[in-house]
Structure formats: C-alpha cells, structure tokens
Design a protein around this ligand. Structure first.
Ligand code: JD8
Length: 245
C-alpha cells in the first residue's frame, strides 16, 4: 500500500478533489492511503498563526518553521522510520513521468504545501527533495501536491485497473497518444477513419502507431530523442520522415 501525508493550511483543497475519480476509488478500496494534515493544528498560539513577516523586510508573509517542524515530528513519531519529505516549490526538480515513477517506489511520502511567499529556508533541512510541476507561478503548493500525488499514484499497483495501460502510457513510452473515437461512426459529416471499423486488427495497430508517431513528430519532436520505438515504429517513422503517406 502507498501512503501519503499532505501538510497544508487548506485541507479542503486536497480532500475534495481526492474524493472523486480513480484516486477516490483507490482510497475507498484501501489501495491508497492519503492523510491530510492541517498545518494550523500544529500552531501553538491561541490564533493558530502559521505565517510571519520576512526578516529583512519586503512584501508578503513567510510560513513559520515551527508548525512545520511539529507536523513532521508528529508524522515521524507515527511512522518511526526516516521520512521522505517532498517540498512543492517553483525551485524544485521538474516533475516528469520518470520522476513520478521513481517516487512511486517510495512507500510513504510527505508532501509539504506552501502558501504566501513560501517557507522559511530552514524547513529545507528536513526536506528530501524539492519538486516543481512546471514553469508558471501558482499561489501555493496544494495544486502541485495533487498533481504529484495523481502522477505518482497511477504507478502504484492496483490504483489504475489496467497495469498494461500504465506501462503503455504516452509519456512512459515517449510518444503522444493516437486519436480515439467512439460511436456514432458519423456525426455532423465527421467520419471515424474506415480502418477502425474494418475489424483488421493488424492494420488498426499499424494505423495507431503511425498516428502516434506523426503527431509526436509534428507537435513534440523533442520526445522522439528518448522514445523507445520497436522495429515497426522505427520503420513507420522513417516512412513519415521520407514523405511517404
Ligand atoms: C508552492 C507559495 C507562491 C508565489 C513565491 C513561492 C510548484 N510549479 C509551481 N509554480 N508555483 C508553485 C508553488 C508556488 C508557491 C508555493 C509551490 C508556496 N507559492 C509563490 C510567488 C512568490 N511563492 C509550483 N510546485
């Protein structure tokens, strides 16, 4: 079982999204365990204050280190083994499918969500790894924590029903997805490609490979450098590049 502790001043921002969908089902089944900890519960003053003004001056507030240390101590005491603590921050290692897969091999992760101007720098003494979800500015670490949890949990056996599909996922293979269609076969003059209605599975498989490769070449040629292509895919890619089809 995979266990996550998420430390936040906005527990509802984590709990509500986690109730729905594949992760919600995995939590209900007990395949996944997510404990959401309200940072304010680890404040010691009457007003449960978790932020303070920055030393040296300047705008905004900084998360105080002591409630975070107490939260980590509480999780530490419950688990009794050294913690793997992930800090969500724009300065972190970029989250990729490879990073998500690596993190999924750790059986317990603590995700720290910041707010305001971020954490007191001394919190980093307790942090294993800093992770960013991309080069854009967010208002806090809750959405990044959900993104990390979602990407990591998909690799946990039993979370996604079909293990095969996780292994074959677009970014695991280094290719974009092929186009999908469902019924009806025609709508508003838009037809499903004939090959998909043909029942010829060898041809369908080859068509999907060609579509995935053509799209990747067109939209994300950078992915092809590290893609794991089988012999047929290498052959199709050469055809596309040589201008056949
Ligand atoms: C955590 C506070 C707000 C606003 C400095 C740090 C991740 N990819 C990402 N973008 N933004 C974040 C992120 C932003 C956060 C916090 C993560 C805690 N903020 C910013 C401007 C000034 N702080 C992130 N992972």
């Amino acid at each position: 079982m995979a266990t996550f502790d998420i430390v936040t001043i906005f527990p509802a921002m984590i709990e509500q999204p986690l109730a729905a969908g594949i992760l919600g089902r995995a939590i209900d089944r007990g395949t996944l365990d997510v404990k959401v900890r309200d940072l304010r519960e680890f404040a010691t003053d009457r007003h449960r204050i978790v932020d303070d003004v920055p030393y040296g001056g300047g705008p905004g507030m900084v998360l105080k280190p002591d409630p975070i240390f107490r939260a980590l101590d509480a999780i530490d005491a419950e688990r009794g083994t050294p913690l793997t603590v992930i800090l969500t921050s724009p300065q972190g290692t970029r989250l990729t499918q490879q990073v998500a897969q690596r993190l999924s091999t750790v059986e317990h992760l603590v995700l720290l969500c910041g707010r305001y101007e971020g954490f007191d720098e001394r919190v980093r003494a307790r942090v294993t790894e800093e992770v960013s979800i991309g080069d854009y500015v967010l208002t806090g670490g809750e959405l990044p924590a959900l993104v990390i949890l979602d990407a990591v949990a998909r690799f946990v056996p039993g979370v996604v029903g079909d293990e095969q599909s996780v292994a074959e996922d677009s970014f695991s293979r280094g290719l974009l997805d092929f186009p999908q269609f469902t019924r009806p076969a025609e709508i508003a003059d838009l037809r499903v490609p004939d090959v998909l209605l043909s029942g010829n599975h060898a041809q369908i498989r080859r068509w999907r490979k060609r579509e995935a490769l053509a799209r990747t070449l067109e939209r994300r040629p950078d992915l092809l450098a590290d893609a794991n292509l089988d012999e047929e895919e290498q052959e199709i890619l050469k055809e596309i590049r040589d201008g056949r089809h």
